[in-house]
Design a protein. Sequence first.
Lengths: 485, 694, 122
Amino acid sequence: MTWTSLNAWVAAPEIFLFCATCAILLLDLFVSDAKRGFTHWLSLAVLVVTGALLVRGYHAAPQYAFSHMFVADPLATLAKVGMVVGVALVLIYGRSYAADRGIFKGELYSLALFSLLGMMVMASAINLLTLYVGLELLSLSLYALVALRRDSVESTEAAMKYFVLGALASGMLLYGMSMLYGATASLNVLEISQRLMVEQSGNPLLATFGLVFVVTGIAFKLGAVPFHMWVPDVYQGAPTPITQLIGSAPKLAAFAFTIRLLAQAMEGFTPEWRSMLVVLAVLSLAIGNLTAIAQTNIKRMFAYSTISHMGFLLLGILVGNVVGYSAAFFYAVTYMLTAAAGFGVVMLLARQGFEADRLDDYKGLARTHPWFAGMLLLVMFSMAGVPVFVGFFAKLAVLKAVVDLGMVWLAVFAVAMSLIGAFYYLRVVKLMYFDEPEGAAAPLSGCMFTRVVLSLNCLALLGIGLFPNDLLLLLTNAVEFSLPI
Amino acid sequence: MDMKTIYLLIPLAPLFGAIIAGLFGWAIGRRAAHCVTIGGVAVSFALSAYVLNHLLSGGEAFNGTVYTWLTINGVDFNVGFLVDKLTAMMMCVVTFVSLMVHIYTIGYMQEDPGYQRFFSYISLFTFSMLMLVMANNFVQLFFGWEAVGLVSYLLIGFWFKRPTATFANLKAFLVNRVGDFGFLLGIGLVLAYFGSLDYATVFAKAPELKDTTITLMTGHTWSLMAVTCILLFVGAMGKSAQFPLHVWLPDSMEGPTPISALIHAATMVTAGIFMVARMSPMFELSDTALNFVLVIGAITALFMGFLGIIQNDIKRVVAYSTLSQLGYMTVALGVSAYSVAAFHLMTHAFFKALLFLGAGSVIIGMHHDQDIRNMGGLRKYMPITWITSLLGSLALIGTPFFAGFYSKDSIIEAVEFSTLPGAGFAHFAVLAGVFVTAFYSFRMYFLVFHGKERWMEKGHHDHHHDDHGDDHHHGLGPNDKPHESPWVVTLPLILLAIPSVVIGYLAIEPMLYGGFFDGVISVNHESHRAMEMMKEEFHGPLAMVTHAFSTLPLYLAIAGVAAAYVFYLVKPSIPAAIDRFFSAIGVRKVLEEKYYMDHLYINGFAAAGRAVGTVLWKVGDALLIDGLIVNGAAKLVGFVSSAVRRVQTGYIYHYAFAMIIGALGFITVWLGARLGWFGPEVFQWVVGLLYPQA
Amino acid sequence: MLQNYFPILLFLVVGILVGVLPMLLGWGVGKVLGTNRPDAAKLSPYECGFEAFEDARMQFDVRYYLVAILFILFDLEVAFLVPWAVVLDDIGMFGFVSMMIFLAVLVVGFVYEWMKGALEWE
């Protein structure tokens, strides 16, 4: 074993992020609460550099490192760029919220960056162990982040639920992975695929057994029905920036994770996992959309809406070809942006002693804050899939892939469910534009920088909707280059 | 800058202005809002003029896709531009009139609280109209078509607190839906039979499909081209307010006057004319469709003119004259004189915008009193408005050397040469129309600018409140004096008066006979010989004037003016007598009720629609939709949420239990399938259900 | 074949001896040398300073957990060091630097917990 054979430069962004996060962890010890802004800007600077390293390291051909434990292929790199953006948006939008609630601490930043590191490792892992280590790093950081307001009953309860159920799901996933190892005698994703599909040397019964548990673990991470129970409670209980963190970037990580495990490792078992994902997707679309209508809390509504969006993401993945994967990738990226924008507006309206998480808090917003009512309108339209907004295009791409596969009934079902879903998104619009405001207009929190970034984020939903092709082409190429199909 | 960037900038500049004024109008104030929108339109006009010049000096026409939005099953949804001379001419007309209207609006809407909103709308309209005329495919055409319609509804209902405005708004919307339905069906037929929505592809393929027939009902076959063209023309009838879909246009005068000039006279209503001219390669293939176009146009040209005679609202007179002129353009289309239609479209845009803006200026001077019976003698008080309105009226009635003369006489001549079955009637209609046009135009002119100053007479004030029920209409008191409008209002009048006078003389030769539209408009010169024959007769614009003295239209126009002079200045008792006569025989009533078209629609179609609707509502809606679908959906939602709530207890062990049950279920089903527990039939059935292809 | 399992047998024997010998010694030697005056406290089983038989849901200071968790972390670190030290000759500089990186990461954690005051009892 030598240094050069490690090929460590492939993981340069991760290594940099790790060192920088350790540095932030230590530096923050010497920063007083009043000067926490230093940590904030330093973290953002680290994210910028990480993003730049990622973009610089983009190669069309997959680059392997650490004895094929780690791969930097276009799919991973683009997903990681998306995650960096997602986490940066969390830090930007969440700052004033955190400051108002006494969680504007160094831990918020170090844990958020560590969770990003976990996501990045998940995206680049090509070995079951690396995959698991990345997942655990992400999960443990998130458990701690959810409990960041340790004096709040809701937060600690949510953290406890998340932790216990997450541990259960991790256990199932690990069990599934051990079965895969047992079936194929390898931990490497590509070797597993080789043994199962080409050599037919693996034990198919054992592999199916493992597959069930792997899918269970994935479904938990995505929050797909029936492994979704944690989602509403955690979304509602966690501080809103953490809800945004859970609801945005990790979806990309989970997507990459799913691609590694299902599309790459278990490629030979596509019919099996496809039918499992069909069940998950149908249930998620139905339960997510139908239950969201009954919600009165916007964070909880977003939670159920996430469940239904993950149903759509699964629809793209279950197609099982490049078109489907790139549609799902597009869906994940754009959903990340949409969710971030939605929570961003919620946090902008929230202030000390006021969470702005009841739907009634949005009554007459168009009267009191016309600009951000318009921005939330863009988010809602995009989530509902109104044409020219990016959500429409993402749904269209996924549905097209599903129809091309010949599963018309599934596409029709998904459309019917998203029509039902449009109801609760448009209800928010109705509250904002047609109802009288309750009480006096509250001032917005957040500095001008936050507002500008949030506005750009929201306008991007319209912009990408108008010009979706470049992004879709980029993602399609990434999938094509990354998957040996 | 390459040409593509310029083409992109032309529509985007007004869009930019619209967005700034619309979204940030509250922040940047009135001044900035009108500066940014006027700036956007001015840029757009300057670039349009440059493009026209580029094409005139031998530049290549552009036809290309700027952006592909999405592709579904091989059909592209593109944003693409087709910029040839027809487009360039339209672009110049649209942006020039729009620019004038923008400037004019500063004065007209001065006191209105919706100032920024108005500027945003008219800039947005300019953008939509440019997208419409620059389209190189049917999808973009349709989107532009709907977008201009949308802005037009918004603007008709701009003063949404007036019940008449909201009614007019609704009417315009509903009537246009009828037209759009036909238009959409036409586009659907194009897509179905041509397999493309791109102009160039469709036009290239059109001759092949000339003899294709389709069966709409069993036993009846129709020529594909005739059906498609008529359906497309139905769309044009809605947008260009052709009989019988014209009813919305007079009511649209409820909107502010600047938009009446821009949208309901100069640009949007001519979109239908433009569209048919653009589709000339298709219309040329069907005499049936052309004949249909011709007859509809002739009816509109004559009968809408009659209605102009009895109107007393200054804007409605101009509105009916617009209807009539649109009829003239449609007639020209019908006889395959597409270039003449486009020519009249251009001249009409200038002088009709001028007349509308002049009417608006009068309305300002009269403190929002629009009844011409209360006016009179205004030429002393509003000299610029007077002179420019006179020039506009002279252009409209076809006075030699004025713009309208060249375009209108060309239309009449073209109809004369046409051999279509409907040409005889059309020729009569357009000739009679000349007299009618001259009569109502100068009736209005004399009543407004000459004669006694009638606002000093008492009694009209109350009458007005009855008519409109709105506090916008103040009217002048007996001792008030009207004033000339500010320069922002009169400057556009002067700038519009110039082309209204000279553009016909300058442009007739190149546009009609000089090959301006070569390769753009296609005419089958063998069967439709009108243009050929006119070309033989044409010896320059001067000769055309001398020739006019030996033909009927000029004398008809003079007769019209003379009659108006006698009736309304010399002996006002004559029209009263005629009025009594026509009232006695019932004609007056017919005209007042606008040929009972509104009655037909409101009490006939709308009532029948409501009756059918009531039945459908009782059976379909209340029983099926409400009972089954809506309430059913609500029940389903309630059921699912309560079920979910029962599971979503908040207890970790319930959650964990659900996860484990889920995992167990997965294991049972998929391991079972692998092990063959359910038997191969069940497994095959499930697989078949899930993926039919497998 | 069977002799391959000899170390395990040896391990079992030694394990049993380690468990049984002190007991025997304590019992035998105590019988011979010591006096025998039992009381209730002496006869009760010893359990880390806690009462052996009482409600299991008693409260005690959460700081015990913190110390215990931190102890386990650094205890395991030592457990990694032993095999590493054994094969250090074979893995050479690569192995040395790898372990140094590992230790450096642990040091970061150690500094953090120290500065945060996790090692202060009061």
